[in-house]
Ligand binder design. Structure first.
Ligand code: ADP
Length: 931
């Protein structure tokens, strides 16, 4: 107590002194004045602090909104680049490939209306196709509104962001176009490469602006204005300039926008609550005026303390607000898991990321369930490791929010200890979907580049390698670190000086192409077509160099040339302009001076006027060419004529080929003059043989008849001198001669069925069969047989051969029977363009294994005593049928009869057939018995 009295004493004393000095009213007035003065000073301070706070808040908001705007627009713009690079290494991208790649890109970034492929400035593909069909086929150069932007993109080689424009489909959108250049395999050095076309991405205006607005705190307003010739406000209006906004530049694609940020209610002139505080000050000052100096001073102190307290509390609130806003902008939240109570606490941002209301508190099981099924074991394992081993984690995992959004989060956590025991886990939680998607897209693009067959390098302007794909690393011999290498050391054609020239060419033409050799670290040289072009990256301009290995193609071309040149067959390639290429064999076959002479000739010069079949060469040649074009290939014999007039026969193969310049025909001539000579020789010797047989038959006939006659006279004139044995010998001689006569006669008939082409005539088979019945009447009467026929057709053939054919078959039908009445029936069946004629009998039939043999010459199944004959009849039948381009066959059941069937072309079908016939061994002419 004494202490407090002592503490209060000096104050009291000083107050008394002051009160004594100024008097109670003066003290009161003074107290009032001082009170108000103090209040004013405090208010000014508070206002200043508040203004500073608001300004720094706006400054931070400017940075956040700028960053957010750049992320929002550039991640969409990035899709254009991803599509551009994908197309530049896959210029022949199919509709399906484009659709799958575009759908992948669109799935990852929201707010994209469509992706478009525009090869040669003409729209060929839009994804999604639905609703955009009308755009297909549109040529940008014919649409004035698109033409300028497209030309700008082509001229600069850079992407062009345009818009926003009103869409026919409704809504508004930005169009980002990027020109695409692709590597070509042209051989010309430094020739400008091909401009492939463009790709474009339609960015939804509302979605984009909506996303930007998410970064703007509620009490601030923003405006975004494009720059350039016609600055327009994309967000907000020019009115914001009246509000003294803070401004900054936003870098988007090829453009720079201007961002204005200002407090929604204007910049503050007083701090909040100032008027109420003024009333308080007056009241307190008035009260104080009624009190003593000490009370006034105490009141003043109290007032100051109260003001400080309020300020501190408002500061604390502001700091907490700032923290919360910062967390929201960075999309980072905090969480804590109390192991003892098993309670989880989520910050507002963590709740927002999970699409849950602020203050939501899940249990551990529910919190884990938000992770995608594939990620749950990972997060559970991380939690267990943290509790048991004290290990922190920092991992990116997929998560499905309460609203079903599929996102990627970065989860970070570590254990917290009390008295050496882990009692809680806590950490941060961040939505990293955009970053993750961008990384995935980057990986995808890298994979596409990595899997390309061409070696692809990214270089800085000095040739330093920044990146090499798998083929590039392989070509360089798999060095440890490609980024330590400079392309000038490997591209053998490039010295540092010439590299500068290439860069100049690149700057002038946007690309540069040449042939070169790539040297690997092991000094192997690979022939390559090289192509250089620029790409823009965040790190600045880079050069892409693609090396296409041409060594294999060159080797193959060389081999083709060797085969072409060394072939002994003449090869000529010609199109509508004439002969465009030929090999050495063609020069030699035509006996020309050199290749140039052949190339200067017209193919028609190498044929005589007529071909051996009598057709005009020109006319037939046209027909052959057309057949080759139609069927891809055509083969035939052709008579050629050398410039010196000598003719030679070739087997010709025509192949239709597609060259870059158009359709052409490859003609391969295989000289068959030698083969033809052999065939002609054979035919001549065959003819000789036939003539010999004819002559021999005449010469043989006379002595044979003589022997038979004299033997007969011997028996007639000397019946008494001959005993029984002698008479039997004579009988045998006569019988042998007769048999010999039959054999010679049949052989002659066989030889007469020659293979020479002969004009066929209409032959009525009814008439033929009737004639045969007449000829065979004696045997029919003898055997008491019966020959019948259907109504038979008229065929195209040789009438006398038809008679021989029918007579042999019907005769056999009557001959080869055992008991009962022999019956033969001739029928017909029409099959396509042929008639199938059947000769059926009810005779003895033929065993299955002998059925093929009976058509061979001299093949018989019976002795003369059983059934007389020579074994030539069926061989003649087969030869006649083949002569008529038909086939003969046999069906038979022993004991049940036989049916011989043969096909013949019907009347009006091909009138002559040419058959190569092998030379026969013996042909002898004797008077016929059989025919
Ligand atoms: P050939 O009648 O002069 O002996 P073919 O060449 O006409 O000579 O006949 C060959 C053989 O085929 C005959 O010897 C006979 O055995 C058999 N053959 C031919 N036609 C018939 C038939 N209709 N029925 C049974 N066997 C037959």
């Amino acid at each position: 107590m004494s202490g407090s009295r002592e503490n209060g004493k000096p104050i009291l004393e000083r107050g008394q002194v002051l009160l004594a000095a100024v008097g109670p009213w003066s003290a009161a007035a003074l107290t009032l004045a001082v009170g108000m003065l103090v209040h004013t000073a405090l208010e000014r301070d508070a206002t200043k602090r508040y203004q500073q706070h608001i300004r720094s808040k706006v400054v931070r908001a400017v940075a956040t909104v700028r960053g957010g705007t750049e992320v929002a627009i550039n991640k969409r713009v990035f899709l254009t680049l991803a599509l551009k690079y994908h197309v530049s290494v896959n210029p022949g991208i199919s509709s399906e490939e484009f659709e799958s790649f575009a759908s992948l890109l669109m799935r990852e970034v929201k707010g994209i209306r469509s992706l478009t492929l525009i090869p040669n400035n003409k729209i060929t593909d839009v994804y999604p196709r639905k609703g955009n069909e009308s755009a297909i086929g549109l040529n940008l150069m014919t649409v004035p509104s698109q033409r300028d932007a497209a030309l700008r993109a082509i001229a600069t080689g850079n992407q062009q962001l345009c818009g926003p424009v009103d869409l026919k489909q409704g809504g508004r959108a930005f169009i980002n176009r990027a020109p695409v250049n692709v590597a070509t395999s042209t051989n010309s050095q430094f020739a400008p490469g091909d401009y492939w076309g463009m790709v474009s991405v339609l960015i939804d205006y509302d979605e984009l602006v909506g996303e930007i607005q998410e970064y703007v705190p509620g009490d601030l307003e923003i405006a975004i204005q494009t720059q350039g010739e016609n600055p327009t406000f994309l967000v907000g209006s020019g009115a914001i300039k009246q509000a003294h906004p803070l401004a900054t530049e936003v870098a988007v694609a090829n453009d720079v926008w201007r961002l204005y940020v200002a407090p929604r209610d204007g910049w503050p002139v007083i701090s909040p609550g100032a008027s109420s505080r003024q009333v308080h000050a007056l009241v307190f000052s008035g009260l104080a005026a009624l009190l003593v100096f000490l009370l006034v001073r105490t009141t003043a102190r109290y007032l100051r303390a109260g003001s400080e307290l309020r300020l501190a509390s408002s500061n604390a609130q502001r700091i907490s607000g700032v923290l919360e806003k910062t967390a929201r902008m960075a999309q980072v939240g905090g969480w804590e898991f109390d192991i003892v109570t098993q309670q989880i606490t989520w910050s507002d941002e963590v709740c927002r990321i999970h699409d849950r209301p602020s203050g939501f508190r899940p249990d551990l099981e529910e919190a884990i369930k938000y992770y995608a099924p594939s990620a749950r074991s990972t997060i559970t394992g991380a939690i267990e490791f943290a509790i048991e081993r004290g290990e922190a984690w920092d991992i990116v995992l997929p998560l499905v929010t309460a609203n079903g959004r599929e996102i990627w989060v970065r989860s970070n956590g570590e254990p917290g200890y009390e008295n050496g025991k882990c009692v809680r886990l806590w950490g941060t939680f961040q939505d990293v979907t955009h970053v993750h998607v961008a990384q995935q897209q980057m990986r995808l693009t890298q994979q596409a580049i990595d899997s390309a067959e061409d070696a692809i390098f990214f270089l800085d302007p000095l040739g330093q390698i920044l990146f090499a794909n798998a083929a590039g690393r392989r070509h360089l011999g798999q060095p440890d670190d490609v980024t330590q290498l400079n392309m000038c050391d490997f591209d053998t054609e490039l010295s540092p000086g010439s590299w500068q020239e290439k860069i100049k060419l690149l700057q002038r033409d946007a690309k540069c192409e040449y042939e070169s050799q790539l040297r690997s670290v092991s000094d192997t040289l690979i022939d390559c077509d090289v192509r250089l072009w620029f790409v823009e990256s965040e790190a600045g301009q880079q050069i892409v160099a693609s090396f296409r290995d041409t060594s294999r193609a060159k080797r193959e071309a060389e081999l083709r040339d060797v085969l072409f040149e060394l072939s002994s067959d003449a090869h000529l390639l010609f199109d509508k302009t004439g002969i465009i290429e030929c090999n050495q064999a063609a020069v030699e076959m035509l006996r020309m001076k050199d290749k140039e002479q052949v190339l200067a000739s017209h193919p028609a010069e190498f044929s005589p006027e007529f071909q051996p079949d009598g057709r005009l060469s020109l006319e037939k040649c046209k027909e052959m060419d057309e057949l080759a074009y139609e069927n891809g290939t055509h083969r035939f014999d052709w008579m050629y004529r050398r410039p010196d007039g000598e003719e030679f026969l070739c087997e010709v193969s025509l192949y239709s080929v597609q060259l870059e310049s158009g359709r052409a025909l490859l003609v391969v001539w295989h000289d068959v003059s030698e083969r033809k000579k052999v065939i002609d020789k054979l035919a001549a010797s065959n003819l000789e043989l036939q003539q010999f047989a004819y002559v021999a038959s005449h010469d043989l006939q006379a002595p044979l008849r003589g022997i038979a006659n004299f033997a007969h006279f011997l028996k007639e004139d000397y019946p008494t001198q001959l005993d029984v044995k002698g008479a039997d010998y004579i009988d045998r001689i006569v019988k042998g001669c007769k048999r010999m006569q039959h054999l010679i006669s049949d052989l002659l008939s066989y030889s007469r069925v020659d293979g020479r082409a002969r004009p066929f005539e209409p032959v009525d088979l009814n008439h033929v069969v009737d004639q045969v019945i007449e000829i065979l009447e004696p045997s029919i009467v003898d055997s008491n047989g019966l020959v019948t026929r259907d109504d038979l057709p008229t065929i195209a053939g040789d009438a006398s051969q038809m008679l021989q054919l029918m007579q042999n078959l019907i005769g056999n039908g009557l001959k080869y029977h055992r008991d009962g009445v022999p019956k033969v029936h001739v029928s017909v069946e029409q099959r396509g363009l042929c008639s199938v004629i059947r000769v059926r009998d009810n005779g003895i039939g033929i065993e299955a294994e002998a059925q093929d043999r009976v058509f061979e010459i001299f093949k018989r199944l019976h002795t003369q005593d059983e059934y007389p004959g020579t074994g030539v009849g069926l061989a003649i039948c087969r030869r006649i049928v083949e002569q008529h381009a038909g086939e003969i066959s046999l069906e038979s059941v022993p004991g049940d009869g036989s049916t011989f069937s043969f096909t013949l072309p019907r009347r009006g079908q091909p009138q002559s057939v040419e058959i190569e016939k092998p030379p026969i061994a013996v042909e002898i002419n004797v008077a016929t018995e059989k025919v």
